[in-house]
Write a protein that binds this ligand. Structure first.
Ligand SMILES: NC(=O)c1ccc[n+]([C@@H]2O[C@H](COP(=O)([O-])OP(=O)(O)OC[C@H]3O[C@@H](n4cnc5c(N)ncnc54)[C@H](OP(=O)(O)O)[C@@H]3O)[C@@H](O)[C@H]2O)c1
Length: 338
C-alpha cells in the first residue's frame, strides 16, 4: 500500500515537493519501504494550468479530500495563518500527521498545533519553517537532548542579507538594491515582511518555542528593519572591518527570563555570521557542551525547502517504522532545554 500525500499549496514550495516526489520515486521507495503518492493537491485557483499526473485530484476543498480519501500525511505550503490553521487542525484531529513550511502560521499557532498533535497521538513537522534548507530544527532537538542551549542568533532572511551585501559590495542605495533583489526573484513585490524584520521575527519565535518552550511577549520584542541604513553607514563601518547584518537573536538568562530582538547589528570579522553573504542564511547555536555551532546554507527556494520537508517526511515514516507513523515526531518534540 502506498503512502498517500495530500499537498496543500502548489506554488514555489508545493510544486517543488511534488516534482521531488515524482522524480525520486525509486529512492523514496527504498528509503520509506513503500511507494509515496500525491493523491490530492489543494489550491485556491482551479483555473490555473498545473502540470500534474492525470490521477492527481486538484481541488479547492480540503474537507472533500479528508472525507473521500485515505490520507497518510498532509504537507501544507500556503501563505498566512488561515485557512492553513483550520486545515491542519482538521487533519490532526483525524490523527493524520502534518508537515508545514508555513512560518507565519507556525509562529502564531505552533504551540497550539503541537499540543493538538500530541492530544491526537500524531505529529507535526516544521523543519521547513526556519532557514529553508538548513536542518536547524532537527539539529537543535538532537543537541537539546544533552546540551543546555542559552542563546540562538541568526541571519534568517535572505532578501535582507542580499540587499545589505549588495549595498556594501556595489555601493548602491537601499532602494536600488531592493529593486535588483526583486528583479532577480529574491524579494516579493511587497517586500515589507523581509526588510522590516517580520519574517526573521516569526522564525525567531518558532526557535524560541522549540528551544525554550516559550516565546517572549511579542510586543516586548524590538523588531527593526534594514530600510534606514545608508550606503555611507555601510562604507564607514566597512573601513573598520565591520558589517551590518539583520540579526535575530534570543537569549535565555539565568534568572529564567528570555530576551529576544531582531534588527540590523554591526558585527566584526570574528563574529560567526560575518561571512554570511547574499541570499544565504545562517544560525549560531550557543550551548554549554558544544560552545558555538554555526550552520549556513540556502534559506529559501523551492528545492531547498522541499529538502527540509523531506527530512520531516523521512523522520515521520522511518524513525518509528514499527509503531504508528503518527508517533514519529514524538521523540523530537518532547526534548526539553529548560
Ligand atoms: N518560497 C520559499 O522559498 C519558502 C521557503 C520556506 C518557507 N516558505 C513558506 O512556504 C509557504 C508557501 O510559500 P510559496 O513560496 O510556495 O508560496 P506561493 O508560491 O505564493 O504559493 C502559494 C500556494 O498556496 C495556494 N493557496 C493560497 N491560498 C490558498 C487557499 N486559501 N487554499 C488553498 N491553497 C491556497 C496558492 O494557490 P494558487 O496556485 O491557486 O494561487 C499557491 O499554490 C509559505 O507559508 C512560505 O512562508 C516558502
Amino acid at each position: 500500500m502506498a503512502i498517500n500525500v495530500a499537498l496543500i499549496g502548489f506554488g514555489t514550495v508545493g510544486s517543488s515537493v511534488y516534482q521531488l516526489i515524482q522524480s525520486r520515486q525509486e529512492k523514496l521507495r527504498v528509503l520509506l519501504g513503500q511507494e509515496i503518492k500525491v493523491t490530492d493537491i489543494v489550491i485556491k485557483n482551479l483555473n490555473k494550468t498545473r502540470r500534474v499526473a492525470h490521477d492527481v485530484r486538484l481541488t479547492n476543498s480540503f474537507e472533500k479530500v479528508l472525507a473521500t480519501e485515505r490520507i497518510d500525511v498532509v504537507i501544507e505550503a500556503i501563505v498566512g495563518v488561515e485557512p492553513a490553521c483550520t486545515y491542519i487542525e482538521q487533519a490532526l484531529k483525524q490523527g493524520i500527521p502534518v508537515i508545514t513550511a508555513n512560518k507565519a502560521l507556525f509562529a502564531h499557532k505552533g504551540s497550539v498545533l503541537k499540543h493538538l498533535a500530541e492530544k491526537h497521538q500524531t505529529g507535526i513537522g516544521y523543519e521547513a519553517t526556519v532557514a529553508g534548507g538548513i536542518p536547524i530544527i532537527r539539529t537543535l532537538l538532537e543537541l537539546m537532548s544533552i546540551n543546555h542551549i542559552s542563546k540562538v542568533e541568526g541571519i534568517f532572511n535572505g532578501t535582507a542579507n542580499y540587499i545589505l551585501t549588495d549595498m556594501r559590495v556595489n555601493n548602491r542605495q537601499f532602494a536600488e538594491s531592493l529593486k535588483l533583489a526583486q528583479s532577480l526573484g529574491y524579494a516579493e513585490l511587497d517586500p515589507d515582511n523581509d526588510i522590516k524584520g517580520i519574517d526573521a521575527f516569526y522564525k525567531l519565535m518558532i526557535l524560541c518555542e522549540t528551544i525554550f518552550k516559550q516565546s517572549p511577549e511579542w510586543n516586548d520584542v524590538s523588531v527593526t528593519g534594514i530600510d534606514q541604513i545608508t550606503p555611507l553607514d555601510i562604507e564607514v563601518e566597512a573601513l573598520r572591518d565591520k558589517r551590518y547584518k539583520l540579526i535575530a537573536e534570543a537569549q535565555y538568562n539565568s534568572d529564567g527570563s528570555l530576551h529576544a530582538e531582531v534588527g540590523p547589528k554591526l558585527i566584526d570579522n570574528e563574529h560567526p555570521l560575518y561571512g554570511v553573504e547574499g541570499v544565504e542564511n545562517a544560525v549560531t547555536i550557543h550551548s554549554d557542551l558544544l560552545g558555538a555551532l554555526t550552520l549556513k546554507g540556502p534559506g529559501a527556494g523551492g528545492e531547498a525547502t522541499a529538502s527540509a520537508i523531506f527530512s520531516d517526511l523521512l523522520a515521520l515514516f522511518t524513525q518509528n517504522s514499527k509503531s504508528k507513523a503518527s508517533d514519529a515526531f514524538k521523540p523530537v518534540t518532547s526534548a526539553s532545554n529548560v
